[in-house]
Design a protein around this ligand. Structure first.
Ligand code: F6R
Length: 609
């Protein structure tokens, strides 16, 4: 949802900005640009397209100067065009700005500024900020920024430079993410950590309505009234290598293959001597855990699918009623939250605007909020009472893969922990559940090792126009997730459905052109019923690709294609079943000539509502 990188130091800014921007391209890739201060003047280069192409066409790197801002765009206001690409500047070209977010009162501000003679040259909401700052400038750039921000409604992360004050980089944020990286005789701003990881692991998280005045040696942070604030410097544990492709063709593939390691790392430190050791992280007393009468999960997209798997886990093992809500819808009802209700927010980025808005709504109603988040220090993490971090490392591929499985692991640990404290799981059962969990990394590795077999299947289906994904019970959300993955990266229309619901409508779509992907792993709950659903598909000529349990001899005669997963407990099956579906979607996307890391129209971290 737009990426920002800024630099101030003793080195040439442009190459550093380009490198950082490339790490943020997952946030927006329809246009990009850089502004630097060179010899007392602002120089700007920008264009539509991906950064590598822009670099080839107009040579961003050639910009000189040791202070600069840069941006990769995911269009909100104004079409994809060179004029609408950032950075934007004022008429005299002595102030330049990059922005991520939405200025809600921009029409009003634009009319006001135009009536004062300010000329606009783009259709963006961003441009009002730079003219507004210009209109307030009376010799102090920080004061002008503060005055401008006070007039703005909406969300912003912004970087600003001015040739009137060439040794400063200004940053500000409200609702959109922005961090400051602290270096040696150099400092950075960025929308996300991977952009600066190869330069520093020391960061300051800007909070809402904070403004930073940054020089190469110093960072001063102020509130919206100009009072200085003391900020903590955090150390990031991720290393720069984690944000590289590491020999894989795409981040998505690398991240799919990282899952065995990610699962081990998410579990590490949370199990000891056959016990789940979440006590310290969660900080709730036994009595508080026993008093939970209901959980509401709020999340979006893939994280929402993780929430539905969590619903099955928590209801079955911890006996807590769970409702899973689209975060974007949550606050448009009048959700009933009493003192027995706990809210769990699930988010990879920790910055999803809808999820953030949902937890704020829940907080207004005095709910306790646990968040399951991947990005340390992100807004959702900071606004939660309890944070359980997934340890997936930076997820760069726009389609979420490893974050999803790590979210399921945290939900499982939380479930077993709550279940044991609430008296529904005894010591031996906890031990067994942990044993099952420990089997996962090797089991997932064995699925990944079958990549050529999965690729072969992708080859048979990559030209299809539609697909239906079916699953039942705890694997129903996996059908949803499989369909989402396919449509995101391959642009094939795909629907996920609870298998039995198919006969209430979607069955009308089935013919020999329609591949039906069915999660049909063997268990003593839904397996037989799923076999019946498969026969209903076959009777109508549909082609069935089934996710089946290794060694299942029965299912072969009903389906056209099998993708195998090893056997584990029913509750952990989603963690296995999703892997071939991620790979299937990835290979189909590549065979169709798509770049799965940059699916069209999508951006990671959706920071607008
Ligand atoms: C799908 C995907 C999105 C995200 C959703 C929520 O592959 O990545 O559906 O899951 O935008 O994002 P987070 O988890 O960052 O809140």
């Amino acid at each position: 949802m737009c990426g920002i990188v800024g630099y101030i130091g003793e080195k040439k800014a442009a190459p550093i900005l380009i490198k950082g921007l490339k790490k943020l391209e997952y946030r927006g890739y329809d246009s990009a640009g850089i502004a630097t201060i060179d010899n007392g003047k602002i120089a700007i280069k920008k264009d539509i397209g991906k950064i590598d192409d822009i670099e080839k066409n107009i040579g961003l790197k050639s910009l000189d100067g040791c202070v600069g801002i840069s941006h990769c765009r995911w269009a909100t206001h104004g079409k994809v065009s060179r004029e609408n690409a950032h950075p934007h500047c004022n008429f005299e070209k002595n102030i330049s700005i990059v922005h991520n977010g939405i200025i809600e009162n921009y029409t009003e501000l634009k009319n006001k500024l135009e009536s004062k003679g300010f000329k606009f040259c783009s259709e963006t909401d961003t441009e009002v900020i730079v003219h507004l700052v210009d209109s307030y400038y009376e010799g102090d750039i920080k004061e002008a920024v503060i005055k401008a921000l006070k007039e703005i409604d909406g969300s912003y992360a912004l970087g600003l430079i001015s040739s009137k004050d060439p040794d400063k980089l200004i940053a500000a944020r409200k609702e959109s993410p922005l961090i400051i990286g602290i270096g040696e005789k150099e400092n950075f701003i960025a929308s996300d950590v991977p952009a600066i990881l190869n330069k520093t692991n020391k960061v300051i998280y800007l909070d809402n309505e904070e403004i930073a005045l940054i020089t190469k040696d110093k960072v001063d942070v102020f509130d919206i009234n100009g009072s200085k604030i003391k900020k903590k410097v955090h150390k990031i544990e991720w290393d720069a290598e984690q944000a590289e492709k590491g020999g894989y063709e795409h981040f998505m593939l690398k991240e799919i293959f990282e899952q065995p390691k990610v699962i081990s790392e998410t579990v590490e430190g949370r199990i000891s001597n056959d016990e789940i050791t979440l006590k310290k992280e969660i900080g709730l007393t036994k009595e508080e855990i026993k008093k939970i009468r209901r959980i509401i999960v709020v999340a979006c997209g893939t994280s929402w699918h993780a929430g539905i798997v969590g619903e099955f886990m928590l209801e079955e093992l911890a006996k807590i009623p769970v409702e899973v809500e689209y975060a974007s819808e949550f606050r448009y009802r009048d959700p009933i939250i009493d003192d027995g209700t706990m809210v769990i927010a699930i988010s990879q980025s920790g910055e999803t605007a809808d999820t953030l808005a949902a937890i704020r709504e829940a907080r207004k109603k005095k709910a306790k909020i646990i968040s399951i988040v991947n990005v340390i220090g992100s807004a959702i993490a900071r606004e939660s009472d309890i944070v359980l971090y997934t340890k997936a490392g930076p997820e760069i591929g726009v389609a979420s893969t490893k974050a999803f499985t790590s979210q399921l692991i945290v939900l499982y640990l939380l479930t077993v922990y709550f279940g044991s404290i609430r008296g529904f799981i005894d010591k031996q059962q906890v031990k067994n559940r942990i044993r099952d969990l420990r089997m996962l990394p090797l089991q997932i590795q064995s699925i990944l090792d079958e990549k050529n077999y999965i690729k072969l299947h992708a080859k048979q289906f990559y030209h299809k126009k539609n697909a239906l994904y079916l699953g039942r019970g705890i694997n129903y959300p996996i059908a949803l997730e499989g369909a989402l993955k396919l449509k995101e990266v391959s642009y094939i229309h795909a629907e996920g459905y609870p298998a039995a619901e198919m006969k209430h409508g979607p069955i009308a779509l089935i013919d020999k052109e329609m591949p039906i992907v069915v999660v049909a792993t063997k268990d003593n709950r839904t397996y037989k019923k799923v076999l019946s659903n498969i026969q209903e598909v076959k009777a109508r000529g549909g082609i069935v690709i089934a996710i089946v349990t290794k060694g299942d001899k029965e299912i072969g005669k009903f389906v056209d294609h099998n993708l195998y997963v090893p056997k584990n407990s029913y509750i952990l099956t989603p963690l296995l079943a999703v892997i071939p579906l991620q790979m299937f979607a990835y290979y189909i996307a590549v065979m169709r000539g798509n770049d799965p890391d940059y699916p069209k129209n999508l951006a990671k971290s959706v920071c607008v509502e």
